[in-house]
Design a protein around this ligand. Structure first.
Ligand code: CA
Length: 265
């Protein structure tokens, strides 16, 4: 497992309301919102409370644990916002990838996760935003969504209400896959095709993260931008999915895992 995480305030704003976390097992991006810098509190608090719950509940099944940890973080934010007028209205997006005998995703808001496999980029998340809903209902095109006056309206975020629907998924990952987690400071500026070419061209992870952030800043840098780029190697991929890789590559991979296991045991 190799990864690179980078956040940047951008060229216009004075503070960075994005928060991120990456430790080789858990990867999180959170994009805070709210007046008087309370967005910074929202994203940082959500990450902190998520990690606290996750740490104390490792015995639980991964997807259930992700769901409960996001819900726990949400409840803390709602309570804090209600108890402090300076924090009223604060909220945050939250996108988390857990790599633990497989890969699991939890998602709320309009930050995103993507999977690059053999040069092709596919989204792993769907924005909880007004424009995404309008695109799905056929009322506007994807191109129109990018410049729509209400493109920043999100339908769900942590901190706004006790009721929260967390998107959850087990992600089918394979050796060689690259995952991107990012806030909308990146995706509001770069098309998926541009993300695909940078992620596909740049083998060095830090260089890749740096280029993504630089590119967002070069196009105005009006928002905070956060990216985490993760390369999944053989050891991160569940043993049982070896069949899907197929042929010679799978056999090589399996023998490598066995050798690794031999050394460890
Ligand atoms: Ca943002």
């Amino acid at each position: 497992m190799r990864y690179a995480a980078l956040t940047d305030t951008g060229k216009v704003r004075e503070n960075n309301e994005d928060a991120y976390y990456a430790d080789g097992r858990l990867f999180i991006v959170a994009d805070g919102m709210g007046g008087h810098q309370s967005g910074e509190v929202a994203s940082a608090l959500a990450v902190q409370e998520f990690l606290r719950y996750e740490r104390d509940n490792r015995h639980r099944d991964p997807l259930r644990r992700l769901e409960e940890a996001v819900q726990a973080a949400n409840r803390v934010l709602v309570t804090r916002a209600a108890g402090d007028s300076a924090l009223k209205g604060m909220g945050t997006t939250f996108t988390v990838l857990l790599v633990e005998n497989g890969a699991y995703l939890g998602h709320v808001g309009d930050s995103r996760a993507y999977l690059l496999r053999e040069g092709t980029l596919n989204p792993l998340t769907r924005d909880h935003s007004l424009v995404e809903r309008m695109v799905r209902e056929g009322r506007i095109t994807r191109g129109e969504a990018r410049s729509h006056p209400r493109r920043n309206v999100i339908l769900q975020a942590l901190g706004l209400a006790v009721e929260l629907d967390v998107d959850l998924a087990r992600v089918d990952v394979r050796p060689g896959d690259r995952v991107l987690l990012c806030t909308d400071g990146l995706t509001a500026r770069l098309e998926d095709a541009e993300l695909e070419s940078i992620l596909g061209e740049e083998s060095e992870l830090w260089e890749c993260a740096r280029r993504l952030v630089e590119e967002a800043n070069a196009r105005g840098g009006e928002d905070n931008v956060t990216v985490i780029v993760i390369d999944l190697d053989n050891a991160d991929v569940p043993f049982s999915s070896a069949d899907e890789v197929g042929g010679e590559r799978a056999r090589r991979w399996l023998s490598r895992i066995r050798r690794r296991g031999d050394r460890g045991g």
